[in-house]
Design a protein around this ligand. Structure first.
Ligand SMILES: [Zn+2]
Length: 163
């Protein structure tokens, strides 16, 4: 990469990658000039991002055909407005999908499955003791249906056993 590489080591390197990822999400929201990217970054991540990371990154993206820019007057100055190309948007959607998968792995242990409908419940939900066993449901209605089904199964079994 060149002389900048030494700035991005270990934790910093991770943060650089995160920063790049976040710059992409800002561009995904819509066209923005460099200063806007930097100020949005600061507002949302609560951390400064260096222009020496932002501008070379935008240039790299542009060289790869993922970003284009137009020059527009903003106040008294002319500014480069950066915008994702179609290829750039596709790359983002792909990245977001992969990121979403990672995030779902991270939250998976806190998920439980509704005993009735099988849907995954992240928070809230409904718990009830059924046949002496605490059972998790997504909602009261699922709990009701589950109990009904159990009752029906019992009745069927009882009939079955008595014949
Ligand atoms: Zn359910």
């Amino acid at each position: 990469m060149g002389p900048n590489t030494s700035q991005c080591e270990n934790i910093d390197e991770l943060m650089c990658d995160f920063s790049r990822f976040y710059i992409l999400t800002i561009l995904y929201e819509g066209p923005a000039h460099g200063y806007r990217i930097i100020s949005r970054f600061k507002k949302q991540v609560k951390k400064e991002v260096s222009p020496s990371l932002v501008y070379p990154f935008l240039q790299q993206l542009e060289e790869k055909g993922l970003v284009t820019h137009t020059v527009k007057p903003v106040g008294e100055k002319e500014r480069k407005i950066f915008e994702l190309t179609m290829a750039g948007r596709e790359l983002c959607t792909d990245l977001f999908k992969r990121f979403a998968k990672l995030v779902s792995i991270a939250i998976e242990p806190s998920l439980y499955v509704c005993a009735h409908c099988g849907c995954k419940v992240y928070e809230g939900g409904y718990r009830e003791v059924v046949d002496g066993k605490e059972t998790a449901f997504c909602c009261v209605h699922c709990a009701e249906s589950y109990k009904q089904a159990k009752k029906a199964a019992k009745v069927l079994n009882a009939r079955h056993n008595s014949t």
